[in-house]
Design a protein around this ligand. Structure first.
Ligand code: NAD
Ligand code: MG
Length: 396
C-alpha cells in the first residue's frame, strides 16, 4: 500500500488524482491533503479519504477546517502554512507526493519531497522552472524518483523507454518534439488579441484546467515553461527541443531518434492518464479515461509556432538559454501579469510586455541556492507590479 500526499488537492490536478486513487483502494491510501483557502472542499475530501493530515496554507482557513473536522468527529490532524506543507511533503509516513500546487507557492514543499527521497509526481512545473539545478540535484542526491505529470513530459518519458535519468543523447535521441494546442486564440485576428477577456482565455478548447495554466496556454507561456521544464527533466539544451503546434491535443509529444524513428504518445486530453501512468510506473493501471477512437479523431494537424502571435514563447526560450535565475524571473513576472489579467487590470497582450520589461531590467545570476532564487522571484514581482502600473497609466 503506497501512502500519498497530495499538495494542491482541491485543484484540477488534485481532483483528477483523487479520482485515480479512488479506483485503486487496494494500492493507494491518502496520507495528507493540502489546499490554500478552500475549506469546504478540503473538508469534504477529508470525509471521503480520511487522511492522517490536512494542511491549509492559509492559517485562518486552517482554524475553520479544524473546527469543522472536530464537529464531525474526524481524526485528521490539521496543520497550517508553509511549515505544514513541508512537513507532509517530507514525512516518513508518505511514499508518493503529488506536487500540484500552482505557481511558486509549490516550490518549497516540492523541494522538501525531493530532499526526503520520495517519489515526486511533478505537475507544478513552476517549481522546476524556478529551481531546476537545485531540484534535479536534490532528486539525485536523495535517490528520489521524479515522474512527470505534465502530459507532454509524461509522453516524452514514455517515448524513451528505460530512462529515469541521464542525458537523452545516451539513448539515441536526436530531438524532442514538444506539442501544444495553441490555445483558444490560435486563429483570433491579431488586432483583436488586446481585447480578449479572462473568460475567453480560460475556455481552453481541449483541456479543463486551473485558471493560471489556462491563461498560460492562451499566451503559450505554458509551452515556454514546459520547454524549460523539459530541459531539466531530460537534460537537454533548449535547441534540442522543437515546439510543434498540434490543435487536436491527441499527440501529447514525440521523441525523434538518430535512426529517423519518431515515437509519439497519443491519448485523450485527460490528465488521469499521465497521473495513473506515473503512480503505477513501471506497471500500468486503469485510469478511468475513455479510450481514444482514432476514427473519431480522423486527422492530426501540425504547425510551426507563430512567434508574433505568441511573444511569450520567445521570452521563455531566451530565459532558457540564459539560465541562472532568468527562468525564475520570467516565471515570477508571468505569475503577477497573469493574475493582473485575470483581475481585469491588464490587457492580454500586455502580459508579454510586462514579462519582457522585467527580464530587461533584471540580470540573471547563478541559481544554486534557494535564497538567491527567492530574492530574484520577489524582486521580479515588484518590477512586474510597477510595469503593470505603468501600462495602466498609459491607458488612462
Ligand atoms: P488549480 O488552480 O486548479 O489548483 C491549484 C491548487 O493549488 C489548489 O488546490 C490550491 O488550493 C493550491 N494553492 C494555490 N495557491 C496556493 C498557495 N499559495 N499555497 C498553497 N496551496 C496553494 O491548478 P491546476 O490546474 O490543478 O494546476 C496545478 C499545477 O499543475 C500547476 O503548476 C499547473 O501548471 C500544473 N499542470 C496542470 C495541468 C492541468 O490539466 N490542470 C496540466 C499540467 C500541469
Ligand atoms: Mg502540459
Amino acid at each position: 500500500m503506497k501512502q500519498v500526499t497530495l499538495l494542491g488537492a482541491t485543484g484540477s490536478i488534485g481532483l483528477s488524482t483523487l479520482d485515480v486513487i479512488a479506483r485503486h483502494p487496494e494500492q493507494f491510501s491518502v496520507f495528507a491533503l493540502t489546499a490554500n483557502t478552500q475549506v469546504d472542499r478540503l473538508f469534504q475530501q477529508c470525509c471521503d479519504y480520511q487522511p492522517e493530515y490536512a494542511v491549509m496554507a492559509d492559517p485562518q482557513a486552517a482554524e475553520q477546517l479544524e473546527q469543522k473536522l472536530a464537529e464531525n468527529g474526524l481524526e485528521t490532524q490539521v496543520l497550517a502554512g508553509i511549515d505544514g506543507l513541508i512537513q507532509v511533503a517530507s514525512d516518513a509516513g508518505t511514499d508518493y507526493v503529488m506536487a500540484a500546487i500552482v505557481g511558486a507557492a509549490g516550490l518549497q514543499p516540492t523541494l522538501a519531497a525531493a530532499r526526503a527521497g520520495k517519489r515526486v509526481l511533478l505537475a507544478n512545473k513552476e517549481a522546476l522552472v524556478m529551481s531546476g539545478r537545485l531540484f534535479m540535484d536534490a532528486i539525485k542526491e536523495n535517490q528520489a524518483e521524479l515522474l512527470p505529470i505534465d502530459s507532454e513530459h509524461n509522453a516524452i518519458f514514455q517515448c524513451i523507454p528505460g530512462r529515469l535519468s541521464g542525458n537523452v543523447t545516451e539513448y539515441g535521441v536526436k530531438r524532442i518534439l514538444l506539442t501544444g494546442s495553441g490555445g483558444p486564440f490560435r486563429q483570433t485576428p491579431l488586432s483583436q488579441l488586446a481585447r480578449v477577456t479572462p473568460e475567453q482565455a480560460v475556455a481552453h478548447p481541449n483541456w479543463d484546467m486551473g485558471h493560471k495554466i489556462s491563461v498560460d496556454s492562451a499566451t503559450m507561456m505554458n509551452k515556454g515553461l514546459e520547454l524549460i521544464e523539459a530541459c531539466w527533466l531530460f537534460e537537454a539544451r533548449p535547441d534540442f527541443i522543437q515546439i510543434v503546434v498540434h490543435p487536436q491535443s491527441v499527440v501529447h509529444s514525440m521523441v525523434e531518434y538518430t535512426d529517423g524513428s519518431i515515437l509519439a504518445q497519443l491519448g485523450q486530453p485527460d490528465m488521469r492518464t499521465p497521473i495513473a501512468h506515473a503512480m503505477a510506473w513501471p506497471e500500468r493501471m486503469d485510469s478511468g479515461v475513455d479510450r481514444l477512437d482514432l476514427f473519431d479523431v480522423a486527422r492530426l494537424d501540425f504547425e510551426r509556432p507563430d512567434y508574433e502571435r505568441f511573444p511569450c514563447l520567445q521570452l521563455a526560450e531566451q530565459a532558457a538559454r540564459q539560465g541562472g535565475t532568468a527562468p525564475a524571473i520570467l516565471n515570477a513576472a508571468n505569475e503577477v501579469a497573469v493574475q493582473a489579467f485575470l483581475d481585469g487590470a491588464l490587457d492580454f497582450t500586455n502580459i508579454a510586455v510586462v514579462v519582457e520589461s522585467v527580464l530587461s531590467v533584471m540580470s540573471s545570476r547563478e541559481a544554486d541556492d534557494l535564497n538567491t532564487i527567492l530574492v530574484d522571484d520577489e524582486q521580479a514581482r515588484e518590477y512586474a507590479q510597477e510595469s503593470i502600473h505603468q501600462a495602466r497609466t498609459r491607458v488612462e
